[in-house]
Design a binder for this molecule. Structure first.
Ligand code: TA6
Length: 301
């Protein structure tokens, strides 16, 4: 793994993108421009803060989040890849795949003409990872940070065989009070209700949350909007190359059992995840490249 000095020599952009280390010695990319402030751990290529100019924090990271090598970080934008949820046949493999708990490397960084910062991360498929995922493929995460946050997860199949891919950008959003939030964009969609034995149901109205919610909405590429009455803002989520949207809030009891959600963490977060899961896992043929692109923006009111 590169040292902080090495990262700064090769990829820092003046004082707008610099690399530093957490107390636990994990490298972090810090972005500070006239458009936004943000932070990304190289472990998991995981954005864990994004504050567009004039806004409050958009991404929720638990006050109890553990920045520890090899451990998943509670909050931010965990990358679930190459499967979502438990592995289909090997229960001992990590939930949501391995991409979120291994170190990624920086491939490229750039300051764009309009002052956005673009960073490309790659993941080295070493022998241990190949044991869990024996496919010849390349994965990249392209992150572009400004008044909007754009994330592109690119999977290329370089092998002779096709494979099935499950994935999600498991984004935790900050909300003022989940009991005063509505999520629109999934009306009329079918979802698998994970808190009711995966029974298929249909969403009728906007989503409101006052208990545990864990749903995989399928066959939807719609824009979702998080309407936050307390923070008086709307977070827009636009996507392409993603046919599922997952909505999750563990609510109080499960949050407490998790141990890293903080005192009343479930009140101030909601996950709205752009995914390809369940019915929508992706068949990536030999030589094909699959791209999931997600864009977040914030409006007042
Ligand atoms: O995306 C929702 C979900 O799959 C839930 O079922 C819940 O367990 C959550 O992800 C968190 O998973 P994690 O492995 O990060 O604790």
């Amino acid at each position: 793994m590169s040292t902080i000095q090495d990262l700064n020599q090769r990829f820092a952009v003046a004082d707008k993108l610099v690399f530093s280390a957490t107390e636990s010695n994990m490298p972090v990319a810090q972005i500070n421009t006239r458009l936004c402030r943000a932070a990304i751990t190289l472990q998991g290529a995981q954005v864990f803060s994004w504050i567009p100019a004039g806004e409050q924090e958009v991404i929720w990271t638990s006050p109890q989040a553990k920045f520890a090598p090899g451990k998943s970080l509670r909050g931010g934008v965990p990358i679930c890849w190459p499967w979502f949820g438990p592995h289909a046949s090997r229960k001992e493999f990590p939930a949501h795949g391995f991409a979120r708990t291994v170190n990624w490397f920086v491939k490229e960084s750039r300051l764009l003409d309009d002052d956005r910062v673009a960073i490309v991360f790659g993941l080295e498929m070493n022998a241990a990872l190949r044991e869990m995922w024996p496919h010849d493929c390349t994965i990249e995460m392209h992150i572009t940070l400004g008044k909007t946050l754009e994330l592109e997860l690119v999977t290329a199949n370089n092998g002779q065989q096709s494979f099935e891919l499950g994935e999600a950008l498991h984004t935790y959003f900050t909300v003022g009070d989940i009991r005063q939030v509505q999520i629109t964009g999934l009306e009329n969609c079918v979802y698998l209700d994970k808190v009711d034995a995966f029974v298929r149901k249909q969403q009728s109205d906007a989503i409101t949350i006052d208990q545990e919610v864990d749903r995989v909405y399928i066959d939807t590429e719609s824009e979702c909007v998080i309407h936050d009455a307390k923070l008086k803002r709307r977070i827009h989520i636009n996507k392409s190359g993603s046919r599922s949207t997952v909505v999750w809030n563990p609510w109080q009891e499960k949050a407490q059992a998790m141990g890293d959600m903080g005192e009343s963490g479930h009140i101030s977060m909601v996950c709205v995840e752009s995914a390809n899961a369940a019915d929508n896992v992706i068949h990536v043929a030999s030589g094909q490249t699959h791209r999931m692109v997600v864009r977040y923006s914030v409006q007042k009111g």
